[in-house]
Design a binder for this molecule. Structure first.
Ligand SMILES: Cc1cc2nc3c(=O)[nH]c(=O)nc-3n(C[C@H](O)[C@H](O)[C@H](O)COP(=O)(O)O)c2cc1C
Length: 208
């Protein structure tokens, strides 16, 4: 698919299932998509504190990936309160990618809903780079005919969910990226409310 077409075709598509959909193994495709995500620009390496275990990359992002089977195992373990649509999406997803960015030292409470961090130029650029990687991911998924959705994460942001999934507490969730199957039986398809409110280029661009 041409880049222009992938950009135009990308859209929020949420699949909501009341009972678990069958699982399939997309590991190879997801790895391909993640490899493309990792081609995003980044200005600064992450701090050494973030290079732990096998995740030694200098990039300012980390991707924590759950395959379909892991999504099905996760949703019964999430708190019922304020879970919203997350359990129904985990019942349908082919994969969930939790994309975190890596704040420099000085962040007071990096984990979960109440995340706080110093709004330095370096941290802003880490977030920007991670956003670029996520957009690459969405476009690569779209180009492969995979429905996708960038969520803030809701209950997936909770410290208890981070602990459950082994996500280090010094990382901050930027996006919970759902990949969904095109065939989803009688599950519900939901789209975005903001999409149709987009304005033309001249509404947010000026030539100086
Ligand atoms: C950082 C970020 C967080 C988002 N979080 C949510 C979310 O929690 N819930 C939601 O419905 N959409 C969320 N979205 C998706 C947008 O609402 C959606 O992209 C937008 O409405 C435009 O629609 P489109 O993706 O179909 O073009 C998020 C998008 C971004 C960039």
């Amino acid at each position: 698919m041409l880049t222009d077409d992938a950009i135009r075709e990308r859209k929020t598509e949420k699949i909501l299932a009341t009972s678990d959909l069958p699982t399939r193994d997309l590991r190879e495709t997801v790895t391909e998509i993640l490899t493309l995500a990792g081609q995003a620009p980044f200005h600064r390496a992450c701090e050494d504190q973030h290079r732990v275990g096998t995740l030694t990359g200098i990039e300012p992002w980390r991707f924590h990936v759950l395959d379909a089977a892991a999504c099905r195992r996760l949703h019964p373990q999430l708190p019922k309160e304020n879970a919203g649509k997350i359990p129904a999406m985990l019942a349908a997803a082919d994969a969930l990618i939790l994309a975190t960015w890596l704040p420099n030292a000085g962040a007071a409470t990096p984990m979960g809903d109440e995340a706080g961090f110093a709004l330095t130029q370096a941290n802003v650029e880490h977030i920007a780079a991670t956003s670029a990687a996520i957009q690459n991911l969405l476009l690569a998924a779209t180009a492969r005919g995979i429905s996708n959705y960038w969520s803030s994460g809701g209950v997936l942001r909770l410290p208890s969910t981070f602990q459950l999934l082994g996500i280090p507490t010094n990382q901050i969730l930027l996006g919970a990226i759902f990949l969904f199957p095109r065939e989803f039986g009688d599950a519900e398809l939901a789209t975005s409310k903001l999409r149709d409110r987009r304005t033309p280029v001249e509404c947010w661009t000026r030539w100086v």
